[in-house]
Design a protein around this ligand. Sequence first.
Ligand code: ATP
Ligand code: MG
Length: 787
Amino acid sequence: MYSDLLANLNPEQREAVTLPPVNPHGQAQSALILAGAGSGKTRVLTTRIAWLIQTGQVSPIGVLAVTFTNKAAKEMMVRLSAMLPINTRGMWIGTFHGLCNRLLRAHHKEAGLPSTFQILDTQDQLSAIKRLLKGLKVDDEKYPPKQLQYFIAHAKERGQRAKDLAVGDDFQAKMAQLYGAYDEQCQREGVVDFAELLLRSYELLKHSEPIRTHYQERFRHILIDEFQDTNALQYAWLKLLSGHDASRVNVSGMGTSAVFAVGDDDQSIYAFRGADVENMRLYEKQFHPLLVKLEQNYRSHGHILDTANHLIANNSERLGKNLRTDAGHGEPVRIYDAPSDHAEAAWLVEEIKALVNSGIKRTEIALLYRSNAQSRIIEHNLFSAAIPYRVYGGLRFFERAEIKHALAYLRLLENPNDDTSFSRVVNFPTRGIGARSIEALQDAARAQQCSLYSAASSLEGKAGATLGGFIRLVDHMREATRHNTLPETVEFVIQHSGLIQHYLSEREGQDRVENLQELINAATAFIAEEGYGQDAAAAMLPGENAPGVVEVSPLAAFLSHASLEAGDNQAQAGQDAVQLMTVHSAKGLEFTAVFITGLEEGLFPHENSINEQDGLEEERRLMYVAITRAKERLYLSHTQSRMLHGQVRYNMPSRFLEELPSDSLKWLTPKAKDARWGGNSRSGSTWQDGYTRQREYESNDFFDSGSERQRPVKRVGSASMEVKRLASPPRGDYPFKIGQNVFHTKFGEGRVTGLEGVDTDARAQVNFKRHGIKWLQLSIAKLAAID
Ligand code: ATP
Ligand code: MG
C-alpha cells in the first residue's frame, strides 16, 4: 500500500525516503540528504515520516520533526494528514523553540521554572535589560542595552552561562556579570527569553537522567529540515536527545535514535545568529549518516536555475552539488536599471499589473528585499495603485502595542511576578501611577528581593493606595475568569482592564479596538486548532506518558503561542495579495514570479559583509536563496540613487549581477547597462565608486530577518520628501559654505566640509561632532545654518 506514497517521487528521492533506519547490527542509522534548492528536500522529509508510520516502523508519538518556521510545521502536518489517516495533532512537529517550550512546560519543575513561566520576545527582553541596568544604576552608554542583549544571546547560543565565560578585559567581565544578573532577574520573574528556551531544555535533558532516557527511548526518529542553519546549541541538543553524546553513544557511534537531516549548505544564511554550516561536517563525522544527494530541481525553469547555479559557483566554501531541471528554459531573467528608488517602485507596480493581467495570482508574486527599510517606498506605490499586498515580518499581529498590552494583562493573570508585564500595564491605561511611585516600588522590590507585584502591598501613602487599586484589578480579573473559556477570558480582560475604553476615546483608536477584538478571534481559533477545549488532554496522543508531565492551561499555551508565532497576520491571511518580505523570511517558500529589488553594492551584498570573504559568501548564499524562490519568472532590479534612513545613496550595481550567465538574462534598460558596466566597473575609480565608499548610513536593521522591527503594515510615507525635492537649490548655488557650522535634526551639530553636485543632486559633506562624516542631499536633508 505504501507504494502510493512513493509514486510521486523520483528514484533518488525514493531512495532517501526509504533509507533503512537501522543498520545490519540493529543499531539506529542516521541519514543526511544534501541537496540544492527546490529539489524536494522538504517533500522527502514529510514523506519519510509518513512512510515510517505507514510501514509500522514507528508510531506517531515516536517521531520528532524540526522545521524552521511555525508556518512550515503547520504545512507539514497538513501534508501528513493528507498522506495518512492519522491525527497529526499532538505530534511533536515544530521549531526548535516551539518544541523546547513544550518540553519545559511538561517538566517545568525539573527545569526550575514556575508552571506559568512566560516567554520574552526580543522587544520584551530589551525592556527587561533596560530595567535591569536602571535598577543597578549602570551607565547604559557604556554598556548599551542592545549590546548586552546580543552578548547574552550569543553566549546562550554557545551553551554558556555567565559563570562559564572566560573573564577577559574589564568590559567583558562587566558584561558577564550583567548577564548573570539578568538571568537572576528572569528567574525571579518567571520569564525566559528565546535562547533560554533552548539552553534550559538542553540543561534539563542533560541533568535529568529519567527525563533524558524517557525521550531518548521515545523519539526513535528525529527529522530536521533546513539543517544547515542549526546553531551550536541546537546541534548539542540534537546529539543529546538522539543519544549521540558521550553519555550514551555505543562503540560504533550510532546513538539511540535515527536522525534524518536534510539541508543545503548553499542556503546557510543565519550565521549572524550563530548558525554554523560546520555542523553539517560535524554531523557527517559524528553521526555516520548514509548520504543521498538530490540533483533534480522541480521548482524553477531553466534560465532561473542556470542563474542560481552560475552565481553560487563563485563561492569557494561548498560541499559541492549542482541542479538540473527538465522544465525547459522558460523566460529569461529580466533586469531593470532604475534611475531612482521611486522609479524602481513605479516599474514594479507596472510589471505586477501585467503579471496579474496575464492570469498570475497575486499571492504567487513575491517582492523580496535585503532590508526591511526598503519596503517603505514599495508599499507606498502599491498602496497608491490599490494593489493589495501583505508584508511578512513587518509588525506582526502579536507585536502590536495594543495586543502586547492585552497580553501583558493576561500574563499577569497567569504569573503576577512577571515584572516586564507589570511595568508595561501598571499605568496603562493611565490610572495616576506616576514615575515616582514606580521608582519607589522598584526600590522596594529590590530591597525585598521580590517582584513588583509582591512589593506593591508594602508601599504606604498615596503611591501604595493607587498601586493597591491596580493589584486588586488584576486579582479581580483572575478570580472572575477562573472558570471561563479562553476566548471569554480574553474578552473579559480587554474590557475590564480599560483597554477598549481607552482606545475608543482615542481619535485613531478604531483600528486598535478592532485588533483587540481580533485577539478574541485568535483565541477562539487557537482553541479549535490546538484541540484545547473542555478536555485539555485531547491534544495528547495515547501513550504520551513522560515522567512527571504537567498539563498546560489553555491560557498558558495561548500566551506561548503568541510569543512564538511566526508572524502570520491572521486578519489578512486569506486575501489574494502580493507578498512582500525580506530574503531571509522567504526561505523554503516558492512563488510563480519573484522580484529581487535593490541589487546594489552596499545593500545587497550588504556593506558590512563586503570586506570579508565569509560575509560575502553568506550574502551570495542569500542571493542564491532569493533566486531559487522563483518558479517561472524572475526579475532583478537596482537603482542609481536610493533614499534610506534620511540620506540618499548612490550605489554601484551589485557585483552579483556580474556573476550571472548572460545567456539567461534580458536587459530591460540596455542603455544604462552600457554606460555603467563598460570597462572596469567596480575596481576603477569612477566618481560613483569613490562616492559610494564615503557614504555612510545606519545599518542596524540590515541583518533583520523580519522579526524584530516595528512597522505598520501599510504606510504612506514619501509625500513630504517629494515636496522638498522641488525646492532644490539651483545649479551651483549652495545654501551653505564650506567651513560653516550647521545643525541636523538627527545628527546634531557639524561643520560643512564639502559641497558638490547640481540641482536635486546637490549635496554637502558634513563632519558631525557625534556621528562623523556624512554626505547629505541638500534637497532633502533637514540641515540648518547655525552661524
Ligand atoms: P528549498 O531548498 O527551497 O527548501 P526543497 O528542496 O525543500 O526546497 P521542496 O519545497 O520540497 O524543495 O520542493 C520544491 C517543489 O518541487 C515543490 O513544489 C514540490 O512539491 C515539488 N516537487 C518535489 N519533488 C517532486 C517530484 N518528484 N515531482 C514533482 N514535483 C516535485
Ligand atoms: Mg525546503
